[in-house]
Write a protein that binds this ligand. Structure first.
Ligand code: CUA
Length: 327
């Protein structure tokens, strides 16, 4: 610990703290440990003192055992209550900080599957079990699972997020140290769960830019369809003939997708929802769950036809469509 280029040795009690939230989490953890330790020691010491003083045969004064001590009783109820409320407020505030995504965060898509992490950067560059990120820049991970529940965990960042099939979850961090850090799955997800390991490589911004623009790793690229996610999404969109209902000239008059992303959608009933990644994804795999106001529930689910990565691609395309104005 202490030098600029940190890397995780084979065994450590606690990984070096390497994200903007890590020191706050550590402070909270140490404070709780100290608080619990102090109380536990106090109780243990009292037990020992009483055991010695009131042991059988010892001449202690037992004539006037206290029957009432209201101040003491109120005190030991109120004091812990105040302490616990204080701890709650502190922890909730720290948690809120760890969940509020800065608007300029660099979005990276993560697909977890048995048993690997697949990561995709904005320009379509992919990697497996490795995540390259720039230092001192907020990074937003958008996580999806292809199969079981996984959990994305980077101990050095003090951050963990479940990756759940059928929905998107997200996690953001700002890495504060250049170096390599362990990344692992922390939710039992099958026989190879313990091998679902990887590393986060935090680089200086120029190094990251160079890495991002370098040709893809052939071992990864070989298995992957070419192009940026949104281009693959467009190809899928064409192949599935989505435009036959969602297109401008369609007689079905399904909701238009241009300009949809990020806007508010009025739903049947009195609800509305922001058309974010999660809503778009849900509308592909479970379109009947939230129906746009005035629409018939005609669309079939595509859950069986698309895997998690294809859905990511489609959503990437819809996101791109969303930034175009209505024609
Ligand atoms: Cu994936 Cu455990």
């Amino acid at each position: 610990m202490g030098d600029d280029a940190a890397s995780s040795p084979a065994f450590t009690l606690l990984d070096a703290s390497a994200s903007s939230i890590a020191s706050r989490v550590d402070l909270l953890f140490v404070a709780l440990l100290a608080l619990c330790g102090t109380v536990a020691l106090g109780i243990a010491a009292t037990i020992v003192v009483f055991c010695v003083r009131y042991r059988a045969g010892h001449r202690a004064d037992r004539r006037h055992p206290p029957t009432q001590a209201r101040a003491l009783e109120v005190g030991w109820a109120v004091a812990p209550l105040l302490v616990f409320i204080g701890v709650f407020v502190w922890a909730a505030w720290t948690y809120a900080q760890s969940r509020r995504v800065p608007p300029d965060a660099l979005a990276i898509h993560v697909v977890a599957k048995q048993w690997m992490w697949k990561l995709e950067h904005a320009n379509g560059k992919q990697e497996i079990d490795e995540l390259h990120v720039p230092v001192d820049r907020p990074v937003l991970l958008i996580l999806a699972s292809q199969d079981a529940i996984h959990s994305f965990f980077v101990p050095a960042f003090r951050l963990k997020q479940d990756v759940v099939p059928g929905r998107y979850t997200q996690l953001w961090f700002t890495a504060t140290r250049v170096g390599e850090f362990r990344m692992m799955c922390s939710e039992f997800c099958g026989s190879q769960h313990s091998a679902m390991l990887g590393r986060v490589i935090v680089m200086r911004q120029p190094d990251y830019s160079r890495w991002l623009d370098a040709p893809p790793n052939p071992a990864v690229a070989r298995a992957e369809p070419a192009g940026a996610p949104r281009d693959r999404g467009r190809a899928l969109f064409d192949r599935l003939a989505c435009a036959s209902c969602h297109g401008a000239g369609s007689s079905v008059r399904a909701p238009r997708l241009e300009g949809l992303y990020g806007g508010r959608v009025e739903l049947e009933g009195s609800d509305s929802v922001v058309a974010d990644d999660a809503y778009l994804r849900e509308s592909i795999v479970a379109p009947g769950r939230r129906i746009v106001r005035g629409q018939a529930a005609l669309m079939p689910s595509y859950a069986d036809q698309l895997d998690a990565e294809q859905i990511e691609d489609l959503v990437a395309y819809l996101r791109a469509l969303g930034s175009e104005a209505h024609p």
